[in-house]
Design a protein around this ligand. Structure first.
Ligand code: 5GP
Length: 190
């Protein structure tokens, strides 16, 4: 089973995915591939696999990705091989991704595995505050690029199974834990 956590950068996807993995025994992560530079808190191979722009373009040309997108002038994508391996392990995979990636993955994987999609909402002014206070210090240009994406991502919330307002981390985590438990039970009962 694949759980997709979506929402704009700054909605809390990464924090939530990490906390869910710590709290739930059967849940694992999957690194995406990206051409962006690693940040101070990135662990290569865990948060992302970092590759050059040229290597990423080779992966696209060779069909190694299920989907990819460009954010903030960098490539991001999901490896076919890595995702297939993790799905076959029988664990629940949680993946932090944007709306375009969600649409592509749901379409591609719906025949093979259960995909549960969750959109995290955060008010725009709160998002701006979070982006300005990020420990990895985004530049004003980087903050603006992320805010520009807000309206587009919000316009797509209709495609998600669940939409959660992430205004309280503990509350959001317990809602997501419950969703995963119930969906997994339904999936296994089939
Ligand atoms: P960041 O650079 O802040 O880590 O991530 C920027 C954006 O890229 C986030 O919205 C994140 O969800 C998205 N992203 C991360 N991995 C993937 C992926 O594999 N595919 C797509 N389409 N987007 C991704």
């Amino acid at each position: 089973m694949l759980v997709i956590l979506a929402g704009v950068a700054g909605a809390g996807k990464d924090t939530i995915a990490k906390a869910i993995i710590q709290r739930m025994e059967n849940v694992i992560s999957i690194p995406s591939f990206t051409s962006r530079a690693p940040r101070a808190d990135d662990v290569p191979g865990v948060s992302y696999n970092f590759v050059s722009k040229e290597e990423f373009e080779r992966m696209i040309a060779d069909g190694e990705l299920y989907e990819y997108d460009v954010h903030h002038e960098n490539y991001y994508g999901t490896s076919r091989k890595l995702l297939n391996e993790r799905i076959e392990s029988g664990k629940i995979i949680i993946k932090d991704i944007d709306v375009n990636g969600t649409e592509a993955l749901v379409e591609l994987l719906k025949e093979d595995t259960k995909v549960v999609t969750i959109f995290l909402r955060v008010p725009k002014d709160e998002l701006k505050r979070r982006l300005e206070n990020r420990i990895d210090h985004l530049s004003p240009k980087e903050i603006q690029l992320r805010l520009n994406r807000f309206d587009y991502e919000e316009s797509k919330i209709g495609i998600y199974d669940y939409v959660i307002k992430n205004d309280n981390l503990e509350k959001t985590l317990s809602i997501i834990e419950t969703i995963i438990e119930k969906e997994y039970k339904l999936y296994k009962a089939k």
